[in-house]
Design a protein around this ligand. Structure first.
Ligand code: PGA
Length: 253
């Protein structure tokens, strides 16, 4: 069966010293979270070598928040999947809505990032999700199907078997407005259904689909209780170790 995962997206927060402290706190508290929940933290790039070293023997895995869409060369300011992987990080978030919006990342770029990430041994956490007007005008199924089909459906079955999907409705990110458990379940089931149609039932059933968007200790239980929700991609609440670990303890027993 598929993995339960709680991943913390720290975004552009903390200095390296603060980040190291937070990573150590998460590591110290990790023992209280169920052993079948995979814990991942995604600090800013500058912190990653420090944190992978500190957590070398930890169950807590380290992810980047982004990687370059090219292998190497004259791309000033970019950081490659190979560089990230060489630090001991194991995952990379690809296609977060903030990257799509503020850095004009398109589906073609995201497919390149995913391919290069996997060639370098990183597991991509692929984000999708609709804007508020797309939800209000009932276009959200089409929007999500397009995001998934233009990127993930270009992968082969073996590659797809290595993908974690995160459904993050943009209207719920950092707004304090979370999707209801029913809204999350509806989309997660839909994503699993289209993945099944394309790649088969077995693969769809083994793909972890995380919910993201104002997920907190006080709402995670209800959301994680839904059949097709396999965990969360946590922003704000991942900046407090207690909250992050409380969320990791929110799966049904
Ligand atoms: P949030 O962010 O939990 O602060 O809403 C989630 C995300 O953007 O990954």
């Amino acid at each position: 069966m598929r993995k339960k995962i709680v991943a913390g997206n720290w975004k552009m927060n903390t200095t390296p010293a603060q980040g190291l402290k937070l990573a150590n706190e998460v590591n110290d508290m990790a023992a209280s979270a169920p052993t079948d929940v995979e814990l991942i933290i995604a600090p800013p790039l500058t912190h990653i070598p420090l944190i992978t070293q500190a957590l070398a023997k930890s169950r807590v895995k380290v992810s980047a928040q982004n990687c370059a869409a090219w292998e190497k060369g004259a791309y000033t300011g970019e950081v490659s999947a190979e560089m990230i992987s060489s630090t001991g990080a194991t995952h990379v978030i690809v296609g977060h809505s903030e990257r799509r919006e503020y850095f004009s990342e398109n589906n073609e770029m995201l497919l390149n990032k995913i391919k290069i990430a996997m060639q370098n041994g990183l597991t991509p956490i692929f984000c999708c999700g609709e804007k508020l007007n797309e939800r209000d005008s009932n276009q959200y199924f089409n929007v999500i199907e397009k995001q998934i089909s233009e990127v993930l459906f270009k992968l082969d079955t073996k590659e797809m078997g290595n993908i974690i999907i995160a459904y993050e409705p943009i209207w719920a990110i950092g707004t304090g407005k979370t999707a209801s458990p029913e809204q999350a379940q509806e989309i997660h089931a839909f994503i699993r259904q289209i993945v099944s149609k394309k790649f088969g039932d077995e693969l769809a059933k083994s793909t972890s689909i995380l919910y993201g968007g104002s997920c907190k200790p006080d709402n995670a239980k209800e959301i994680f209780a839904k059949a097709d929700v396999d965990g969360g991609l946590i922003g704000g609440a991942a900046l407090k170790a207690e909250d992050f670990i409380a969320i990791a303890k929110s799966f049904p027993k």
